[in-house]
Design a protein around this ligand. Structure first.
Ligand code: UT7
Length: 337
């Protein structure tokens, strides 16, 4: 009988740029305060990529190089690179394509996945299927965004929220039943009105007018997104627990998208989890869009043990959302930075 293959995360790499934009500096740019940002969102600092000509692939390459080093992987052995991003270096070719080339993954094929803040989770699920099918043995999933390139730093309703960063995980076959167990993923195009970028695509190509109107920046109706995020992230995470017979005691960590501490708290509460079972680093990085889940795994890697049950949960523009049950495949303290 053929052995059952599961797709396990076998390493994590990440990168955040050096420049730290704190709430004091934001308060000099727009009419806001540290108190408002901390109490309404939960962010103290975010990292910003500075430097002419540096885009998302710059951070993705750094994250992947760390991953290759930590997992002792020859880049020539990588079969596939998937990059989840809403801020690609260029509309085409894909940022994954550029990252694969720059890290020397010359035998890999590569493509981008765009599902707003849920892109990394959707990409993990896609990568897992390629592994489970027996097609490929080493897949890198990168989540990376240079959000500062699409944020209007005169808009106080969006500029405190976002930061830049990248994270990458390796997916490999596992024969002990560890790794990605189950996922519930959703999309609802009716959400487009509440969170989008108006111009730059085929509906409204760039023009002087679109630039002057700041239509190449994030447009968000915060309250509508907040309500949908709380409902969907919590409902789906609870549904995933029920489907997999998981109680809150069974779960080692919730790995939530880092968009707003209040959304994270509401999700954890619905799942019956105390805050210490919740990976949280929004205070330091803000919302890095496709970087958030991988940056959480990176920060908490040393605390993770083989067999730990994790629930990854996300919500983003589109709307897109989902939850994934992962059985962690290695003792993190043997691998972490
Ligand atoms: O990752 C993608 C998914 N995105 C999200 O999950 C984001 C979801 N939404 C949110 O996190 C929250 O809605 C925000 C953080 C964006 C806003 O928080 P809120 O508690 O929903 O605030 P609000 O939009 O209801 O605004 C309340 C007040 C308003 O003033 P008035 O109309 O009551 O006078 C805003 O103008 O707060 C004002 N406000 C601010 N005040 C100080 C909005 N932004 C700021 C600010 N500083 N930065």
């Amino acid at each position: 009988m053929k052995e059952k293959i599961t797709a396990a995360i076998t390493g994590v790499g990440a990168y955040v740029p050096d420049y730290i934009l704190d709430n004091e500096e934001i308060s000099r740019m727009v009419d806001t305060t540290d108190e408002w940002i901390m109490s309404r969102i939960g962010i103290k600092t975010r990292h910003i990529l500075k430097g002419e000509g540096l885009g998302t692939s710059f951070m993705g390459v750094k994250a992947v190089n760390e991953l290759l080093e930590k997992t002792n992987t020859d880049p020539k052995d990588v079969d596939l690179v998937i990059c989840a991003t809403v801020t690609p270096d260029m509309l085409f070719p894909s940022t994954a394509n550029i990252i694969a080339y720059k890290v020397g993954a010359v035998n890999a094929f590569a493509f981008d996945m765009q599902a707003a803040c849920s892109g990394f989770l959707f990409a993990l699920q896609t990568g897992a299927r390629y592994i489970e099918s027996g097609c490929y043995k080493k897949i890198i999933v990168v989540g990376a965004d240079k959000m500062s390139s699409i944020i209007d730093y005169t808009d106080r309703t969006t500029c405190p929220i976002f930061g830049d960063g990248a994270a990458a995980v390796m997916l490999e076959p596992n024969f002990e039943g560890l790794g990605i167990q189950n996922a519930i993923l959703h999309s609802d195009g009716s959400g487009v009105a509440h969170l989008h970028m108006k111009a730059g695509g085929s509906v409204c190509p760039p023009s002087v007018e679109t630039v002057l109107k700041k239509w190449h920046k994030v447009y968000q109706e915060g309250q509508a997104v907040f309500k949908a995020a709380v409902t969907h992230m919590a409902d789906t995470s609870v549904e995933l627990m029920e489907r997999n017979n998981l109680t809150s005691d069974d779960i080692r960590y919730l790995v939530p998208h880092q968009a707003n501490l209040r959304i994270i708290d509401a999700t954890a509460k619905r799942m019956g989890l105390q805050q210490e079972k919740c990976m949280i680093n929004i205070d330091r990085y803000g919302n890095t869009t496709d970087g958030t889940l991988g940056l959480c795994l990176w920060d908490y890697e040393s605390r993770l043990k083989k067999g730990d049950n994790l629930v990854l949960a996300t919500f983003g523009g589109g709307f897109t959302w989902g939850a994934m049950y992962v059985k962690w495949a290695y003792d993190g303290d043997t691998m972490s930075r």
